[in-house]
Design a binder for this molecule. Structure first.
Ligand code: ADP
Length: 319
């Protein structure tokens, strides 16, 4: 193998740049030419790529976002569009591709592998919702952003004896809400994986009040309901000043934490090794602090499971 390429696709995540850097430097270390494809599969199909040098990825390890940018191309599910991508790759003599992204991006990588072109997936998403890895690149930075917000909101909540609803990202996966809620000491954490009624939340708030609690912080994943709706429903049932904070896209940005930079560096480098070993159709991940890889095709048949032990602990510590 002489030439490989790398792209970022789907939602961006802090640490993607550190992963790109690792792919490029590890590739060059092994005497490969490494191409960067801009704007995900869209750029691949349109031939928007260039050779990257050691210096092309200098000074990016600490930056959020992705220097290769990201784009969505729903048409990539069509085999004819995938064949156009193959034409581009063949035309440039590229023999392997690293795809950094989420579940959707993995489907594209799997499709290309099925057409005979070796691809390796690297899990880059703040949602932490990819099967085959305990953590995804960007998740640690996102939860650090959320706990920073919780800490600040807690200061003002306690000064004014208020209940605060903090809405965080997570449509289908409650990982951000759960882990950040636990680390931030939230009194109530609402995630899509667990059913909670408004009456449960009201009971909990009431119990806290009876124990002399002056304020309360509720973290809700957007997939459960919007923070505004939750606050409206609570106001119907309790006599309290309920305020809402929707954290939104700040959770996607920022300089990646040390944990995310290290994870991205390890996963990106392993992806290149797999291509060199002739193992396409794999996705890398971290399990028990060891870098592992799985067949991408198997990942789609499974659902991401949130860690039940963490759910239990969050409940035990927020009684
Ligand atoms: P993420 O990778 O973060 O889950 P998306 O679901 O938006 O983000 O997927 C990113 C891109 O991956 C899509 O815009 C599309 O180009 C490609 N993709 C998604 N689903 C498929 C599929 N079933 N087959 C081929 N390519 C796909």
């Amino acid at each position: 193998m002489k030439k490989i390429a790398v792209l970022t696709s789907g939602g961006d995540a802090p640490g993607m740049n550190a992963a790109i850097r690792a792919v490029v430097r590890k590739g060059i270390y092994h005497h490969l030419d490494v191409y960067g494809i801009y704007n995900g599969y869209y750029g691949l199909v349109h031939g928007n790529l260039e050779k990257l040098e050691l210096g092309s990825v200098g000074d990016i390890i600490h930056r959020g976002g992705t220097i290769l940018r990201s784009a969505r191309l729903p048409e990539f599910a069509d085999v004819k569009v995938q064949e156009k991508a193959l034409e581009q790759l063949n035309q440039h003599g590229i023999e392997g591709l690293v795809v950094i992204g989420g579940d959707g991006s993995y489907r594209g990588a799997n499709a290309l592998t099925k057409l005979g072109f070796p691809c390796v997936g690297v899990p880059g998403t703040i949602d932490n919702d990819i099967v085959g890895t305990e953590f995804t690149i960007g998740f640690d930075t996102a939860i650090n952003t959320v706990i920073d917000a919780i800490d600040k909101i807690r200061d003002t909540a306690s000064s004014h004896e208020r209940t605060f609803v903090i809405e965080v990202m997570g449509r289908d996966a409650g990982d951000i809400a759960l882990w950040a809620g636990l680390a931030g000491g939230a009194e109530t954490i609402l995630i899509p994986e667990e059913k909670t009624t408004i009456d449960d939340i009201v009971d909990r708030l009431q119990r806290g009040k009876e124990r002399g609690k002056k304020h309360s912080i509720i973290v809700v994943a957007e997939g459960v309901m919007s923070g505004v709706t939750l606050a409206e429903e609570l106001k119907q049932k309790i006599d309290a000043d309920v305020r809402v904070s929707v954290l939104g896209h700040i959770q996607r940005g920022g300089s990646p934490t040390a944990t995310d930079r290290l994870l991205a560096s390890r996963l990106g480098a392993r992806a290149v090794e797999l291509l060199l070993e002739g193992k396409g159709g794999r996705a890398v991940g971290i399990v028990n602090n060891k870098i592992v890889d799985h067949a991408i095709a198997n990942i789609f048949n499974q659902r991401h499971h949130i860690d039940d032990e963490v759910i239990r602990l969050a409940k035990e510590l927020s009684i």
